[in-house]
Write a protein that binds this ligand. Structure first.
Ligand SMILES: [Zn+2]
Length: 140
């Protein structure tokens, strides 16, 4: 995809601070870090949505993310915990249309919250949960 900033980073047409590169995935620093050590792991192939990334690649993204998190924990970067998250689609807050996994170190007093505004009471009963589980399980 020509206009994709992450593809430009992969091609060397745009700058990034790289943490890791392999044949399958690349990791670099988020340009707008929520905390020091905020890293993105991306597949080297352009995929806008997570659902089209092949499963080997998904496995690789998470393996690399875990290794990077271990490295962050060994470093002097403040990291008492971390949020690993992937925002899939614009509605979910995906800002660059090239699927990417965030690793965001967290520490006491960093002032951030991962949040949703609450539980959906209409979806909370066991009957409803069983019904929704079936909707998904039927498509697996
Ligand atoms: Zn791309």
């Amino acid at each position: 995809m020509n206009n994709c900033i992450f593809c430009k980073i992969l091609n060397g047409e745009a700058d990034a601070s790289f943490v890791y590169k392999s044949e399958k995935v690349t990791a670099f620093m988020d340009l707008n870090p929520i905390n020091k050590g905020h890293v993105l792991v991306i597949p080297n192939e352009h995929h806008e949505r997570f659902s089209t990334v092949n499963s080997d690649m998904v496995g690789e993204m998470f393996k690399v993310a875990q290794n990077i998190l271990k490295a962050i924990e060994k470093s002097d970067i403040p990291c008492e915990g971390a949020n690993l998250f992937l925002s899939d689609g614009e509605i979910a807050g995906q800002e660059v249309p090239h699927s990417h996994l965030h690793i965001a170190p967290r520490f006491t007093g960093d002032g951030h919250r991962m949040g949703f505004s609450g539980t959906d009471p209409d979806e909370s009963s066991r009957d409803k949960l069983n019904e929704t589980a079936k909707l998904i399980a039927d498509k697996l």
